[in-house]
Design a protein around this ligand. Structure first.
Ligand code: ADP
Ligand code: MG
Length: 622
């Protein structure tokens, strides 16, 4: 193996970040220590976890510690751990690129704000690279658990970095910071102690300076609730979630009885970037009697609560519990049930403050809605926690309980419309008759909506009904206000002749043609028969190639609309004139295509549509 150093350049993003870091505010710089200690603690947790699967990795013991050494003569501060360590490839990928989602999010926020102001860098914390706030050279000597060779990484935080084979007796990582001239205060014992107490007290591994242990080294979830301050929660949350926001809610409790466990869970304030990652992993670590055993084990939480971050510490599971053993483990099942119930009741409490709850809902509602159909035991409860846009509150959030309390006399169902685009959905002609009668309609535009709605029969005894499907059932509900044209409400009997003509002209293209109750301003719309699949659901399934056919639709016409009235008139006056009837047949086809366009559907024959439209314009202008 060659002993000459390999030289690497930083990924472009890292270089940018380093530039920001170099200019960060003086007062924020001390957070570098929090970041490096956090990494050291993570490295110990990782090793502890992997050692449960491969004992050899724990060679040298599992008495974990993080050691700080200040050398005033050399002007260096050293942070050493006996955690997992890194090999050559790890060094290049972990310390040469930005893999960390939190840091990537910071860069994005910076881009979005287009600002040079980095005053808040301490709040974000930019991980390992924050070392360059205080150091003009950083050396990392590390040996990975189970590996024979060690490596040395070094950089000035500007031009790039070098990697060279090195010597190190034991596994773990030692980071040497060559402090800048104006950062020598970080060689001072009291300063270091202050910083550790302020930012890293929650770290469960002892952080030592010489013989002194600086932190309490007791995990926050093992302490009593009143013993953990909001600031400590915030620090712990940021450490465990690799986040830079604040917890929206903190849940800290101890369960005793059939099973015993402690839980310290946080709901983040802002949406996590992995919410719709294919893995749908949650962010709750499993500990057994204070020992970390598993990162986000499946089965600890239902998937729809995957926005949670934190720790569950069980008294009952065996320490050497394997991934396989965790599957369908009865203790884990009981914990999951307990945690789920507790989280749901906390959300119910928080939902009482509508404005505050809206923040949560906008971040995580889409995931929570999966619980409506995934959680057989709590689906109804989750449904109660769900919030929706509606025709009455297109910008706000309504609960189903609100909706039901506002239902009109004679209204039997909870009406909804589903589509991809919330703006288009709100403008759909299907809503007109409902709006006119003051009947509220839920506007659903999340992909998950089609799933829960297809599997949910009712809420508080009220069925869900799509406004694009079946009869509108509006005749039992009186219009809100008296309209200026009372006649508009009646279906002229001669509409029947036009409907018959439309049926003939459209033939197999439609399932039926009928007069509409649901239209007020528009001339026509397409609806699905009660026994057929909802229009939006069908489109979604077709897009995902789950459905190879398309159900025929019913064309509804609005006899009160001036276009339809004019056609009825023309038909009456035609008295059997076949030329007029043929033109009315063309009109039927035009209106049918128009209804499809409004639906966002493709036309079967766009050229024919264009020809008809031109002809109609020409006829109209003669
Ligand atoms: P994050 O901790 O959020 O992943 P960082 O920038 O702080 O981001 O660290 C980047 C990566 O470098 C870590 O994810 C880890 O893989 C690696 N790393 C940093 N410090 C250590 C250490 N002391 N021991 C082992 N790996 C480390
Ligand atoms: Mg880190």
């Amino acid at each position: 193996m060659s002993q000459t150093a390999e030289t690497h350049e930083f990924q472009a993003e890292v270089s940018r970040l380093l530039e920001i870091v170099a200019h960060s505010l003086y007062s924020e710089r001390k957070v570098f220590l929090r970041e490096l200690i956090s990494n050291a603690s993570d490295a110990c947790d990782k090793l502890r976890f992997l050692a449960t699967q491969d004992e050899k990795l724990a060679e040298g013991g599992t008495d974990f510690a993080i050691e700080l050494k200040a050398d005033k003569d050399a002007g260096t501060l050293t942070i050493a751990d006996n955690g997992i360590g890194m090999d050559r490839d790890d060094l290049i990928s972990h310390l040469g690129t930005i893999a960390r989602s939190g840091t990537a999010a910071f860069m994005k926020a910076l881009d979005a704000a287009q600002r040079k102001d980095v005053g808040t860098i301490g709040q974000f914390g930019v991980g390992f690279y924050s070392a360059f706030m205080v150091a003009d050279k950083v050396g990392v000597t590390t040996r990975k658990a189970g590996a024979a060779e060690a490596w040395h990484w070094e950089s000035d935080g500007k031009s790039g970095y070098t990697v060279v084979p090195a010597a190190r007796d034991a596994r773990g990582t030692e980071i040497v910071l060559h402090l800048k001239d104006d950062a020598k205060e970080f060689l001072d014992d009291d300063t270091l102690e202050d910083i550790v107490k302020r930012y890293s007290d929650h770290i469960a591994i002892p952080i030592k300076l010489g013989e002194r242990t600086l932190n309490r080294a007791s995990a926050p979830w093992t302490r009593s609730k009143s013993d953990v301050t909001p600031e400590q929660h915030q620090e712990f949350y940021r450490h465990i979630a690799h986040a830079f926001d604040e917890p929206w809610v903190t849940m800290h409790w101890r369960a005793e009885g059939k099973i015993e466990y402690s839980a310290l869970l946080y709901v983040p304030e802002t949406r996590t970037s992995d919410l719709f990652h294919p893995d749908r992993k949650h962010g709750v670590k499993l500990y057994v009697r204070r020992v970390f055993v598993n990162e986000a084990p499946e089965g600890l939480l239902p998937r729809y609560l995957r926005f949670l971050r934190g720790v569950v510490d069980s008294e009952d599971l065996p320490l050497n519990v394997s991934r396989e053993m965790l599957q369908n483990n009865p203790v884990l099942t009981l914990i999951r049930q307990g945690v789920t119930a507790r989280v749901l009741s906390e959300l119910e409490k928080k939902a009482k403050d509508a404005a505050d709850y809206a923040k949560f809902w906008e971040s995580f509602g889409e995931a929570l809605k999966e619980g409506i159909f995934e959680d057989k035991d709590n689906g109804t409860r989750v449904l109660g926690l769900a919030r929706f846009r509606s025709t009455l509150h297109p910008e706000g959030w309504v609960s189903l309980a609100d909706y039901v309390s506002r239902m009109k006399p004679g209204q039997e169902a909870i009406h909804y419309i589903a589509g991809d685009d919330p703006k288009l959905v709100a403008k759909s002609p299907h809503l007109e008759g409902f709006v006119k009668r003051g009947v509220e309609v839920l506007l659903l535009s999340d992909p998950v909506d089609e799933f829960w709605i297809a599997q949910t029969d009712e809420f508080e005894g009220k069925k869900f009904k799509s406004v694009t499907r079946g009869g509108a059932d509006l005749d039992k509900i009186a219009p809100e206000e008296k309209t200026d044209e009372p006649k508009a409400e009646e279906t002229p009997s001669d509409a029947a002749a036009l409907i018959a003509l439309f049926r003939l002209a459209l033939g197999e293209q439609v399932k039926d043609v009928r007069a509409s109750q649901r239209l007020a301003e528009s001339a026509v719309c397409l609806v699905a028969d009660d026994s057929d699949i909802d229009i939006h659901l069908e489109r979604m399934l077709r897009q995902h190639k789950q459905l190879g056919f398309s159900a025929k639709r019913i064309l509804e016409i609005n006899p009160a609309h001036k276009t339809i009235k004019a056609l009825i008139d023309a038909l009456t006056k035609a008295e059997g004139d076949t030329a007029v009837q043929a033109r009315l047949g063309e009109a039927a086809k035009l209106l049918y295509d128009q209804a499809r366009i409004v639906e966002g559907d493709k036309l079967e024959d766009p050229a024919a549509f264009a020809k008809r439209l031109s002809q109609a314009l020409a006829d109209g202008f003669i």
